[in-house]
Design a protein around this ligand. Structure first.
Ligand code: UDP
Length: 327
C-alpha cells in the first residue's frame, strides 16, 4: 500500500484527510508534534510524534516509511495570534516547512500537497478571488503561507519538487460518522465557539465587528465542509501521481455567508437560541473572502456534496454533542 506522510494528521483537517486517504487505498502516516493536535484523532495509520523543526526526526521518518507523497497540514493557523506573535508564525510555519521540504527532496519524495489559505489574498473588496488574484496578505498567518508557496516554487525550479497548493476558504463541519471532528484548545473559530455558546459550555459568542461594508455589517466567508475539502486532497494526490504539472487550486464553494447568517442558520439547525453580543473588529480580519474559481471542479473533478451551511452546522453539532479528544 502506498504511504503518504501527513503532517498535522492529529489535527482537525489532517485527521479527516487520513480517513479519506485510507478509504482511497493509501496508508496515511501521521507526523504531528501534538502541540495543537490530539493523539486520539490518529485512527487510520501509524503515528510518529515529532516537530517540523526537528530535521533528524523528519529524516528518520522519511527513511522508515518511504512515502510517495507529503500532505502538509501542520501549521499554526490563528489570524489573531499571528498578529500578536508573528515570530511564532515565521518560525513554526515557514522555517518548519523549509525543514520538511528539504527532508522530502533529500529523501526523493517529490510529490507535495500543501494546505494554503485564502488569507494569502488579503482584503480585496469587490474582487473575484481566483488563483490568479494578487496575493497581499494582511496578517502574518497569510504571509507565512504565501512564503511557503514561494518556497515550493523555488524547490520545484531547483530540484523538481512537484506540488499542488490548495488555498482553503473557511473549513467547517465534521466527519458524519463521528470518528473525527473539530476540536481546538483554545478554540477561536466561529462555528465551534457558537455551538459551545448554544449549549452553555461558554459565554455568549462575540460578533467581531458589525460595521463592515457588507449587507448586514458582519464579515462574509466561504465555508467548505471538511470532508469535501479532504476529498480534493486525494484528487490532488492523484493529479501528481498522474504526472500532471504543479498547480494551485482554491477550495471554496463560491457562496459567502455573513456571521449573522451563520448565527441564524445555527439557530434553525440546533433549534436553540444562540447567545451572542456585538463587539469590535478583530485585527487582521478581511471583510469578505469568497472564492471566485471553478478550477478545482473543472480540472480536478472536485464535486463538493456536503458544503451547504445546513449540513456543515448539522455535522459540527452532532460531533460537538458526542465528545472530544484527550491528549
Ligand atoms: N468571528 C466572530 N466571533 C468569533 C470568532 C469568529 O465574529 O468569536 C468571525 C470572524 O471575525 C470571521 C468569521 O467569524 O469574520 C470566521 O472566523 P474564523 O475565526 O472562524 O475563521 P477565519 O476567517 O479567521 O479563518
Amino acid at each position: 500500500m502506498d504511504r503518504v506522510l501527513v503532517t498535522g494528521g492529529a489535527g482537525y483537517i489532517g485527521s479527516h484527510a487520513c480517513k479519506a486517504l485510507r478509504a482511497a487505498g493509501y496508508e496515511p502516516v501521521t507526523y504531528d508534534s501534538l502541540v495543537t493536535g490530539w493523539s486520539d484523532a490518529v485512527k487510520f495509520g501509524p503515528f510518529e510524534q515529532g516537530d517540523l523543526l526537528d530535521r533528524t526526526r523528519l529524516d528518520s521518518v522519511f527513511a522508515k516509511y518511504e512515502p510517495i507523497a507529503v500532505m502538509h497540514f501542520a501549521a499554526l493557523s490563528l489570524v489573531g495570534e499571528s498578529m500578536t506573535n508573528p515570530g511564532l508564525y515565521w518560525r513554526n510555519n515557514v522555517e518548519g516547512s523549509r525543514h520538511l521540504i528539504e527532508a522530502a527532496v533529500e529523501a526523493g519524495c517529490m510529490n507535495f500537497v500543501f494546505s494554503s489559505t485564502c488569507a494569502t489574498y488579503g482584503d480585496q473588496d469587490n474582487v473575484v478571488l481566483d488563483e490568479n488574484s494578487v496575493q497581499q496578505p494582511i496578517n502574518s498567518y497569510g504571509a507565512s503561507k504565501r512564503a511557503i508557496e514561494d518556497m515550493l516554487r523555488d524547490f520545484e525550479a531547483a530540484f523538481g519538487l512537484r506540488h499542488v497548493i490548495f488555498r482553503y476558504f473557511n473549513v467547517a463541519g465534521a466527519d458524519p460518522d463521528g470518528e473525527v471532528g473539530e476540536y481546538h484548545r483554545p478554540e477561536t473559530h466561529l462555528i465551534p465557539l457558537m455551538l459551545d455558546a448554544i449549549d452553555g459550555k461558554r459565554d455568549a459568542l462575540t460578533v467581531f465587528g458589525t460595521d463592515y461594508d457588507t449587507p448586514d455589517g458582519t464579515c462574509i466567508r466561504d465555508y467548505v465542509h471538511v470532508c469535501d475539502l479532504v476529498d480534493a486532497h486525494v484528487l490532488g494526490l492523484r493529479w501528481l501521481s498522474g504526472g500532471k504539472r504543479s498547480r494551485v487550486f482554491n477550495l471554496g464553494t463560491g457562496s459567502g455567508f455573513s456571521v449573522r447568517e451563520v448565527i441564524d442558520q445555527s439557530r434553525t439547525v440546533t433549534n436553540r437560541a444562540v447567545p451572542y453580543k456585538e463587539g469590535p473588529r478583530r485585527p487582521g480580519d478581511c471583510t469578505k473572502l469568497v472564492s471566485g474559481s471553478t478550477r478545482a471542479k473543472s480540472e480536478l473533478g472536485w464535486s463538493p456534496t456536503r458544503s451547504t451551511l445546513d449540513q456543515m452546522i448539522a455535522d459540527a453539532w452532532r460531533w460537538h454533542q458526542s465528545g472530544h479528544y484527550e491528549k
